[in-house]
Design a protein around this ligand. Structure first.
Ligand code: FES
Ligand SMILES: [Fe+2]
Length: 339
């Protein structure tokens, strides 16, 4: 019989190459540089004096100086050691490479800096280890303009388990009652859309903790949930109740010995700014109250799923999706070339 999903070392992090949340936009002022390490791909992200954000390889192609200490001039980055200047023209989004400085006649042209696709959206900066032409769709909610939402970044959490264990939790309906005190209404649906996996279900609250009681009250006890897993690196979750919609992004960054999970919450901007700010705080608090139950249990997990499609068809579908996403390799920067 066909295995329901590939047999892999599930407890080791699979390669991951979707979009990653770097930092809130406010953390990167004009003319400043941030370091951001993707697995096997150290980067620096900088904001030019024109306001546009770029992401480039972290090491200077001349002698390998880390560019965290470089200076920004217009849309160029200048290495601190010998002042080679790399022109990273273009506006938001990266050109294929940032041209190296000119060289005296008869010498080989100097190498360029490799650049990566970057987005500034949802009050945050995002990067992918792909170049602009190869970038996959950015994780947005269907039919919802990012400008129509009010955002709040949650506190990042480090979990000692691979990213695919954390994402699998969202597709594991069998823990909903045992961990979250939630029951399902009706039959869920799951749809592998190629670059993302869509999961929809309706749930109701059965617990009696404070967050459960508030959720029951504000939702009318019918919560319509739509989850998208975007190449594994981001989960988007939309919850719709009789009164309103709330939105959550969870960005997963593999790190030494585990995964950094960065949450970003949002609600629609209403006509009363104070009320919208209050709503996004409450949405963040309710999501956090839900997620902290998973955080406690996933910490230190040695992920080794043994489930059958009869027992859990949704989780099996996710594991097949994760194995496929993890089978590609992350594009590496060019190694420094001799002059
Ligand atoms: S190491 Fe960067 S210019 Fe020489
Ligand atoms: Fe969970």
């Amino acid at each position: 019989m066909e295995p329901p999903f590939p047999e892999l070392d599930w407890h080791k992090p699979l390669p991951l190459h979707g979009w990653f949340l770097v930092a809130p936009s406010s953390q990167l002022k004009r003319g400043t540089v941030l370091t951001f390490d993707l697995p096997g791909l150290p980067l620096v992200v900088f904001r030019g004096e024109d306001g546009a954000v770029r992401a480039v390889q972290a090491y200077c192609p001349h002698m390998g100086t880390h560019l965290a200490h470089s200076s920004v001039h217009g849309s160029s980055l200048q290495c601190p050691l010998h002042h080679w200047r790399f022109e990273c023209g273009g506006s938001h989004g990266s050109p294929p490479g940032c041209a190296g400085p000119g060289a005296p006649a008869k010498l080989q042209p100097r190498p360029a800096l490799r650049s990566y696709a970057v987005r500034e959206a949802c009050d945050a900066i995002w990067v992918t280890p792909r170049q602009e032409a190869d970038a996959k769709p950015f994780p947005l909610f269907d039919g919802v303009s990012p400008e129509s939402l009010l955002y709040k970044q949650g506190t990042p959490v480090f979990l000692r388990c691979p990213w695919q264990a954390v994402v699998a939790n969202a597709f594991d309906l069998n823990h909903f009652q045992t961990v979250h005190a939630r029951a399902l209404h009706g039959t869920p649906s799951i749809d592998d859309q190629g670059h993302r996996l869509e999961f929809k279900y309706m749930s109701k609250v059965t617990g009696n903790e404070l967050a459960d009681r508030i959720m029951r009250k504000v939702s009318g006890n019918a919560i319509d949930v739509t989850i998208h897993c975007w190449e594994g690196s981001v989960l988007t979750v939309k919850t719709r109740t009789q009164r309103r919609e709330t939105f959550l992004w969870l960005s997963f960054l593999p790190a030494e010995g585990g995964t950094i999970v960065k949450p970003l919450y949002a609600v629609p901007r209403g006509s009363a700014p104070l009320l919208s700010r209050l709503r996004v705080q409450v949405a963040g608090w309710l999501f956090h109250a839900f997620l902290k139950k998973d955080i406690r249990i996933l910490e230190g997990m040695r992920f080794s799923p043994k489930v059958t499609p009869e027992e859990d068809p949704y989780l099996c579908k996710y594991l097949s999706f994760a194995a496929r996403q993890g089978s590609g390799s992350i594009p590496q920067p060019h190694s420094p070339q001799p002059l």
